[in-house]
Design a protein around this ligand. Structure first.
Ligand SMILES: Cc1cc2nc3c(=O)[nH]c(=O)nc-3n(C[C@H](O)[C@H](O)[C@H](O)COP(=O)(O)O)c2cc1C
Length: 180
């Protein structure tokens, strides 16, 4: 299976979400899956301007000439797409949102038939409702897109309790990768 792994935390090598997705990927690679890793943060991805040219041109391509086209090709080439994101203001990182907005044009085929697996870290426990926006929003969105949606949410405080010290989360991440 061809896996695309997109990372979107600005915290680089210290990132909780990056660490957990890497833990998953290492197990997936042991099972023979190929992984294309894409750090979205250094890419030049401009915001969607809502011009809607992509709605009417035949290739459904975006006319903005920037690094989004690298991402679009990688999405097209993948069977299974991981997205690692810190929980930012009840939602995904701004960097990941840029990619999602640029992937919008109908018939929304970019993610159809694929699995979208979100790896999220936030500081609030799930019962505080911080993560409900992503969970419910992406569940509804993926149903509409014809995309299977999976998620892995972990509480991780970069200073008090980083994911790198969370044995339970590491075991859960390994199990996700090993099951692929
Ligand atoms: C701008 C900003 C917004 C945040 N918003 C939330 C939030 O809404 N809910 C939450 O639980 N944590 C929030 N956090 C905490 C991060 O989600 C948390 O530290 C996460 O583990 C960071 O992941 P990373 O190390 O992969 O960047 C926020 C942090 C920042 C810097």
């Amino acid at each position: 299976m061809k896996i695309l792994a997109m990372f979107s935390s600005p915290r680089g090598t210290h990132s909780n979400s990056t660490f957990l997705l890497e833990t998953i990927l290492k197990e997936a690679e042991k099972n023979g899956h190929t992984v294309n890793r894409l750090d979205l943060v250094p890419l030049d991805i401009k915001p969607c301007t809502g011009c809607r040219v992509c709605w009417s041109n035949e290739e459904k391509a975006c006319i903005i000439d920037d690094d989004y086209h690298i991402v679009a090709e990688a999405i097209q080439d993948a069977d299974y797409i991981f997205m690692a994101t810190p929980l930012y203001y009840w939602w995904v990182s701004a960097t990941l949102k840029l990619v999602l907005d640029r992937s919008y044009p109908p018939p929304f085929e970019k993610f159809a038939g694929k699995t979208m697996h979100m790896v999220i870290t936030g500081e609030e426990p799930p019962e505080n409702q911080c993560f409900v926006g992503i969970k419910d929003g992406f569940t509804a969105m993926c149903k509409y897109l014809g995309t299977e949606f999976k998620y892995f949410y972990t509480v991780a405080d970069p200073f008090e309790k980083p994911a790198q010290n969370n044995e339970k989360a590491i075991e859960e991440a390994k199990a996700i990768g090993a099951a692929l």
